[in-house]
Design a protein around this ligand. Structure first.
Ligand SMILES: [Zn+2]
Length: 79
């Protein structure tokens, strides 16, 4: 709350005129460039980067899951 208020004050110049408002925008979740509010990526390249990164995120989970199954199966076999 306090930081928002101080930002508003900072955007007002000493002569009382308000500086140009920052147009509503978002930032590309890959590279951080400003994009349109309805956009998530600045370019097709960033979209593909994100998609491939998201796909790769699954790999450690799959490995972990497979290892758990192997461990559980092994513990059952050992009994
Ligand atoms: Zn980008």
């Amino acid at each position: 709350m306090v930081s928002i208020r101080s930002k508003v004050i900072n955007s007002i110049k000493k002569d009382g005129s308000v500086m140009v408002k920052v147009t509503p925008h978002k930032h590309c979740i890959v590279c951080g460039k400003a994009v349109e509010p309805e956009e998530v990526f600045c370019s097709e390249e960033c979209k593909q980067k994100y998609e491939s990164a998201r796909k790769r995120q699954w790999i450690p989970f799959v490995i972990f899951f497979v290892l758990m199954i192997i461990l559980i199966a092994y513990s059952f076999m050992a009994v």
